[in-house]
Design a protein around this ligand. Structure first.
Ligand SMILES: [Zn+2]
Length: 204
């Protein structure tokens, strides 16, 4: 094996893809069989490897503490103390009860108190918690709590609207139905006018 190209990593090159151990592939073969198909047929031969790698990506949030994205704050904000809102952030997660996809969008707002962060960091916090096995209620709370604890803002509001694969594709089979969860803290919880303002900025 040559190491000449080590710094030139092509994710499409099979040599650069993470190894999926046999016991993981066996588990996926068992699931395919249990579902009623033949894991030895041609189209499914490489599926256990692909599924193993895909799940590493779906769950890459376990590799990080999302709070890391809020560690670099700007304190010189010229007295800016108005709502900062990142709206319609698309995300994907996986429900911890069925391992089915949860897809939706999040709105994240805070009213700063001295500290602000680069706006993309709010999306990174969301993805850090979303790329795990989740329930939507906990995802909403974790994102809000993380911002609350790390930025010490005057208020935080997180609203998530999502569709659940376990609901649209099985059970009651209701495609198109979205679930909405929210968590509001600080002034958005205590002051009805602030709450109304942030909710109307979010489009509610
Ligand atoms: Zn579920």
């Amino acid at each position: 094996m040559s190491c000449a190209d080590d710094h030139d990593i092509d994710p499409e090159n099979p040599l650069n893809k993470p190894d999926v151990p046999d016991y993981v592939q066996d588990a996926i073969r068992t699931l395919i069989e249990w579902a009623g198909d033949d894991p030895a047929r041609e189209g499914l031969l490489d599926t256990p490897k692909r599924v193993g790698r895909a799940w590493l990506e779906y769950c890459e949030g376990y590799k990080e503490d999302p709070a890391i994205h809020l560690s670099r704050v700007f304190e010189e904000v010229g007295g800016y103390e108005e709502i900062v809102l990142l709206k319609d952030i698309p995300f994907q997660s996986a429900c911890e009860h069925h391992m089915a996809p949860i897809t939706g969008k999040a709105h994240i707002a805070y009213l700063p108190h001295k500290k602000v962060v680069g706006i993309s960091k709010l999306a990174r916090v969301l993805h850090g918690f979303a790329r795990r096995l989740q329930v939507q209620e906990r995802l909403t709370a974790e994102v809000a709590d993380c911002i609350w604890e790390n930025l010490e803002p005057q208020g935080v509001a997180v609203v998530i609207e999502a569709q659940h694969g376990c609901m649209t594709g099985r059970g009651v089979k209701t495609p198109g139905v979205a679930m909405t969860t929210s968590r509001v803290m600080g002034c958005f919880l205590e002051d009805p006018r602030s709450r109304k303002e942030v909710m109307s900025l979010m489009g509610y």
